[in-house]
Design a binder for this molecule. Structure first.
Ligand code: ADP
Length: 325
């Protein structure tokens, strides 16, 4: 199976990236029958960060260091940068020609982000066309499986529709890709909305331990539980949602004792802190070591780009043929 996924190099990775997508990347790379492509989606980063591009390249190295720290292996997976493979743009252009504008304006992610993100001017063609570029990324490698978080599902549906339209117009060339979600397909942030860089509600995968302390302390738990012996509603509590993603073995005990008023929010926060430190500390150490060797990271990306370009070239030749160019 061909596997492809990407992330925008717009800052350090957070728990949403790991528990929403990276966990599946790691599982999929361990299957020998899979050919896995993981890309730094730097053209996609431009859709929201076009006015300041100065950090995109550094962010790519930061992100690749995070990927390797959690276990992505350049010997098993092709790790590359989207902007090194110009064929993404060529296919983006071709797909743009056959995509009805209504599909883009109706895309739920477009409508949500225009409503939610107020600190950036998103009134540009690139932002509207994001799902077409994502379709080009996926189809260029004849991808079967796309491991993503639930928020990206509309984009995958979009790609599947583009495949149908392409097939109808020019004949069968592309496979219809499928999404692969993790158990926690939507990881909540500190404020209870989806964890996202854009909402400034994240816990970084390699968070500094002091910062982690202060972030956990500030979380607002169940608003109906003021005293320890008030009956709690863990399913509506952000702290409990973190226990869920960490798959804590005491999950049921914690849920029951909170609901019965036998456990206070401070205890919950202290235990969560311990669990997160246990998870984050080794990643922190690994990342520090990796980020100090920029040449090594750049070498991995260069090698991945070389492989990706070869495959992308072969696909473009097939596309030219069906388009009779
Ligand atoms: P962001 O929303 O922080 O800008 P990206 O758009 O770069 O993140 O997302 C990269 C990948 O990580 C996508 O597959 C996305 O679905 C997944 N992802 C990001 N945040 C979350 C989250 N809170 N829960 C689940 N998956 C997430």
């Amino acid at each position: 199976m061909v596997v492809l996924s990407g992330m925008r190099p717009t800052g350090r990775l957070h728990l949403g990236h790991y528990f929403g997508a990276l966990q599946n990347w790691l599982k999929l790379q361990e299957c020998n029958e899979n050919k896995c492509y993981f890309m730094s989606a730097d053209w996609h980063a431009l859709t929201t960060d076009y006015s300041d591009t100065s950090k995109i390249d550094d962010n790519t190295l930061d992100m690749v260091a995070d990927w390797l720290a959690v276990g992505l292996n350049p010997k098993k997976s092709i790790i590359f940068k989207q902007s090194c493979v110009p064929q993404h743009n060529e296919l983006f252009l071709i797909l743009s020609m056959l995509t009805p504008l209504g599909w883009l304006y109706r895309c739920p992610t477009y409508k949500d982000q225009i409503k939610e993100i107020k600190n950036k001017d998103l009134n540009n063609y690139g932002f509207l066309g994001y799902p077409i570029l994502m379709s080009a990324d996926i189809l260029l490698y004849m991808t079967d499986i796309v491991p993503i978080g639930a928020d990206q599902l509309p984009h995958l549906e979009f790609t599947r529709n583009i495949v149908k339209r392409f097939t109808h117009l020019y004949g069968k060339l592309f496979k219809t890709p499928k999404a692969k979600l993790t158990k926690e397909a939507k990881v909540l942030g500190l404020d209870g909305r989806k964890m996202s860089k854009s909402y400034e509600n994240t816990i970084l995968l390699t968070e500094d331990i002091d910062v982690l302390h202060s972030k956990i302390n500030k979380i607002i738990t169940d608003p109906l539980k003021i005293k320890q012996n008030d009956l709690g509603h863990p399913k509506q509590c952000v702290v409990f949602s973190f226990y869920q993603i960490l798959n804590s073995e005491e999950l049921l005990t914690i849920q029951n004792s909170c609901e019965l008023g036998l456990r206070g929010c401070m205890t919950c926060k202290r235990n969560l802190m311990d669990k997160l430190v246990e998870f984050i500390k080794p990643l922190n150490n690994e990342r520090k070591h990796l980020i100090s060797d920029r040449k090594y990271l750049e070498g991995i990306i260069k090698m991945g780009c070389h492989e990706a370009i070869n495959i992308a070239n072969a696909t473009m030749k097939k596309i030219h043929k069906v388009l009779k160019f």
